[in-house]
Design a protein around this ligand. Structure first.
Ligand SMILES: C[S@@+](CC[C@H](N)C(=O)[O-])C[C@H]1O[C@@H](n2cnc3c(N)ncnc32)[C@H](O)[C@@H]1O
Length: 338
């Protein structure tokens, strides 16, 4: 069995030779080395984060034999990179192979990695499940860096604030990161600290619904699903030049429901209204089952309903370390001039 896996890893690495050279030349040392769903081993991914490799398996368990083959392959082809394995095969994709002692300590070492000259902290294991930098979003961060100079930037569902830190590094005038998770914003603050940023980004710990409605100048509903809303940080209305909207697939909070399959509009509308006239809104939808053209139609309809025109619509494609057989990536990123 591993004998069949190794040639696939080798083909994936060979196919990336030029890309990896280009990435290294622009100071990027984190990228996907193996994207199993397309490269022949569904559920298996191998990512490089600077000095370490993160192997993850989703939906399927990676046998000890296969893991040994993967480890041996990269030890030979990319020597010196420490390899960690996170078994995410359980239905909730939580890491299912606990580490102890020295192995755990090694996995919890924070490393500084680099993407397009911006530094980020990365750890193989931490309190959460997902890596602190989503690599398929590099194309989005790259585009933000091209757009950000002199702009005010709102980063919604900021997580570890990669988009906000990239924007600040690229010369944004003002950056606000919004997320309700204090622990994620704490990593975002570390990311900001690692870089010699010309401005001090703002970190707002808040529900996105509560924050973006205030920026957009629209009122909060008194009740959501029959319940009073808890208190929330007060923010002044503000129209941003560049808004980045990258929500999770599904999340329920006292302020509203994030549901990228059934109700993107609930987030899109206030995000659009928090975008200045003549500004840019980049929105993402990472749910594979959502068809990209249907989603684009929904965005157009929601914009019309909100009384705003989409003057230009452009797709941002994930980069070549995330290959696709049909050009239809699960992660859809749309840049709208509004
Ligand atoms: C998939 S991550 C977003 C990735 C991020 N945009 C990036 O650049 O890496 C989802 C984030 O949404 C946050 N989140 C989910 N529901 C939220 C809500 N209602 N208000 C604020 N943050 C929320 C989570 O804490 C998590 O950090």
């Amino acid at each position: 069995m591993p004998a069949k896996l190794v040639p696939k890893l080798a083909a994936a690495l060979d196919a990336r030779a030029d890309l990896i050279a280009r990435l290294h030349a622009e100071e990027t040392d984190c990228y996907r080395l193996f994207h199993g769903s397309v490269e022949g081993e569904a559920g298996l991914t191998v990512d490089r984060y600077g000095p370490f490799l993160l192997v993850q398996s989703f939906h399927v368990f990676l046998s000890t034999e296969k893991l040994a083959a993967v480890t041996a392959f990269y030890a030979e082809r990319l020597p010196g990179l420490q390899l960690f394995y996170n078994d995410r095969s359980r239905t909730n994709s939580r890491i299912g192979n606990p580490l102890e002692g020295e192995a755990l300590l090694a996995a919890q070492v924070p490393y500084e990695v680099s993407e397009i000259g911006v530094s980020y902290v990365a750890q193989a294991r931490h309190a959460g499940q997902d890596p602190w930098l989503f690599l398929d979003l590099r194309a989005g961060r790259r585009r933000v860096m091209q757009e950000a100079a002199g702009k005010s930037v709102l980063n919604l569902f900021a997580y570890t604030c990669g988009v906000g830190v990239a924007a600040a590094k690229a010369g944004a005038a003002h950056v606000v990161n919004v997320d309700f998770a204090e622990s994620s914003l704490a990593v975002g603050k570390q990311n900001a600290k690692l870089n010699d940023l010309p401005i001090r980004p703002r970190f707002v710990q808040s529900d996105v619904f509560a924050a973006v409605r205030q920026y957009a100048g629209i009122g909060q509903p008194a009740m959501v699903r029959g319940k009073r809303m808890p208190s929330f940080p007060k923010l002044e209305p503000h129209a941003f030049d560049l808004v980045f909207l990258d929500p999770p697939k599904y999340a329920k909070s006292p302020f509203g429901v994030v549901d990228l399959v059934n109700d993107y509009a609930a987030l899109f509308k206030p995000a659009l209204l928090a975008t200045a006239e003549g500004g840019t809104l980049i929105c993402c939808n990472n749910v594979a089952q959502v068809d990209r053209d249907e989603w684009a139609d929904q965005l157009q309809r929601s914009a019309r309903k909100a009384g705003r025109e989409i003057r230009e619509f452009e797709w941002i494609e994930p980069e070549a370390d995330f290959p696709s057989l049909d050009g239809r990536h699960p992660l859809k990123m749309a840049l709208l001039r509004v």
